[in-house]
Design a binder for this molecule. Structure first.
Ligand code: S3P
Length: 173
């Protein structure tokens, strides 16, 4: 890909609730760039919440819309900060588009730390609905396989979003 490194979109990936949106907003502000949260963009275009889209149109439909939007953003935009939904990067086409056109940061968090956030995020995450803690833990570790293909990993354990955002900004200078 011939997009110069400093013009490439920065893509944030990682499990639900690790702070991709909050951190992405901060990174965008610090770099004077636009921020796009893929889930919020899908909600805006559909005038529906993500849980409603899952419920009324099904997960396969959501994954298709998500994939097409991300591939489009990766291929046709630059200088943006993109935050992806936690399941998006499991799709090979999404991974390929991100890795060939952007700089991919994996926001990593230990299971122990993540577990404490579960009560705060479970309500509007259809993927977590009706799952036991053991099933969620399995999903957490399964997904790490996909997330492990990235350009840079940032461990966010016990770090506030501001510190993580600064780390990302420093690392691309
Ligand atoms: C999903 C994560 C969500 C959202 C949807 C599915 C997933 O985004 O895209 O509920 O499969 O992990 P966040 O990672 O922002 O919660």
């Amino acid at each position: 890909c011939n997009i110069p490194l400093r013009e490439r979109n920065i893509v944030l990936i990682g499990f639900m609730g690790v702070g991709k949106t909050t951190i992405g907003q901060l990174v965008a502000k610090k770099l004077y760039r636009d921020f796009i949260d893929v889930d919020q963009e899908i909600e805006k275009r559909h005038q529906m919440s993500i849980p409603a889209i899952f419920e009324q149109m099904g997960e396969d439909y959501f994954r298709k819309v998500e994939r097409e939007l991300i591939v489009d953003l990766c291929t046709n935009t630059r200088l943006k900060i993109l935050s992806l939904g936690g399941g998006a990067y499991l799709q090979e086409e999404v991974r390929n588009a991100c890795l060939s056109h952007c700089i991919v940061f994996f926001l990593d968090l230990s299971w122990e730390c993540w577990k404490e956030r579960l009560p705060l995020i479970v309500d509007n995450r259809p993927v977590l609905k009706n799952k036991t803690l053991e099933e969620i833990e399995q999903l957490f570790f399964q997904r790490r396989n996909a997330y492990s293909i990235h350009n840079s990993r940032v461990l966010t354990n016990n770090l506030d979003p501001e510190t993580v955002a600064n780390e990302i900004v420093e690392s691309i200078k």
